[in-house]
Design a protein around this ligand. Structure first.
Ligand code: NDP
Ligand code: OXD
Length: 306
């Protein structure tokens, strides 16, 4: 069996070394133009040429949960694209979102400001029922985040494309229930994939339907959020602020107003990093399952875009 590996980052050699160790009977090689036909490809941000040349792939594994970038390429409709299914990212997302939520709810930013001036003033306690959390996207990561947020006894809602049932989560689905979902949300967490249907979904029209003083946490993709609309709504006071991990342009340009905005926190696309060990274990497990003719999870619907 041949496996073609492509990853433009600095850690490509480590991936290759560990993939080889996990697939001792396979020939695992860095993909290069003109490479022999492979049975599987394991890639992040591959070039179009890899897709065009490797026409006999049984599956192409994306080293990430989001496939928006991959789906910008011209892919044959029969190509089986497999994305990462949690692989250690769920717990990181839960950490990040709970941190952002609690930092906002408990006003830790205010205390950090006070400390700079040796201030000692307790803020009055806030009530959880006044901070309902709404999670856009109840997939692998969204559901994990919903469960983590529930542990802190916030009311939790969620919105997905098709109807879902999750214990303790008020579920909304589809366009018909989008308005009700927004109106029921004070802390919005975005965990949607970036697709033709979700591009720019966080815009003036939707964000202004959130409860007054709402807070936005975007950990999915920058293309979901219209950044100027968010800024305008924070500056008008309708939104209390935002914690953002993903941006329309990454790295965030040095002159971007988010850097210096007192009500916006930014992190460098780090809310859930790909864990090499867990990802390789998952990918190798799936290659072995496919070789045995068994079904696998995480196959992307190319038409739907996720
Ligand atoms: P999943 O595919 O498991 O879940 C996607 C969810 O979004 C599903 O609940 C789906 O609905 C819902 N959805 C999709 N389209 C729509 C729509 N048009 N309207 C309403 N709901 C919709 O994805 P994951 O949970 O694994 O990952 C989510 C995203 O998180 C990734 O696509 C990626 O972009 C991002 N991500 C970001 C990372 C970071 O470091 N910042 C790290 C990892 C992922 P349904 O259930 O009905 O299918
Ligand atoms: C992913 C990411 O999609 O890291 O996995 O953003």
């Amino acid at each position: 069996m041949r496996v073609a590996f492509y990853e433009p980052g600095a850690r490509a050699d480590l991936w290759l070394q560990e993939l080889r160790a996990a697939l001792p009977h396979a020939l695992v090689a860095h993909w290069e133009a003109g490479a022999p036909p492979a049975d599987y490809a394991v890639t992040w941000a591959p070039p179009q040429q890899l897709i065009d040349e490797q026409t006999g792939l049984k599956a192409l594994f994306n080293i990430g949960a989001g496939v928006d970038r991959l789906l910008q390429l011209r892919l044959p409709s029969h190509l089986r694209v497999v994305r990462l299914d949690d692989a250690g990212m769920g717990v990181q997302m839960a950490e990040y979102v709970c941190h952002a939520l609690i930092r906002h709810f408990r006003e830790f930013e205010t205390y950090a400001g006070q400390q700079l001036e040796s201030g000692w003033t307790q803020r009055p306690p806030r009530t959880r029922s006044e901070f309902p959390v709404g999670i856009m996207g109840l997939g692998v990561l969204g559901e994990k985040v919903a469960q983590a947020v529930r542990q802190f006894e916030f009311p939790v809602g969620g919105w997905s494309r098709t109807a879902r049932r999750i214990d303790g989560v008020r579920c909304f689905a589809g366009q018909a229930e989008f308005g009700d979902f927004l109106a029921a949300t004070k802390v919005l967490v975005c965990l949607l994939p970036l697709t033709a249907d979700t591009q720019d979904i966080l815009c003036h029209a939707s964000l202004s339907r959130l409860q007054a003083g709402a807070y936005v946490i975007n950990v999915a993709r920058g293309g979901l959020l219209v950044e100027d609309d968010l800024l305008a709504l924070v500056d008008s006071g309708h939104l209390a602020g935002a914690m953002l991990d993903v941006f329309r342009t990454e790295p965030l340009p040095l002159d971007h107003p988010f850097w210096r905005h007192p009500k916006i926190q930014v992190t460098p696309h780090t809310s859930a990093q790909t864990r090499r060990d867990e990802s390789i274990a998952q990918i190798v497990g799936k290659i072995n399952a496919l070789e045995r003719g068994e079904p696998i999870a995480g196959i992307v619907d190319l038409e739907r875009g996720y």
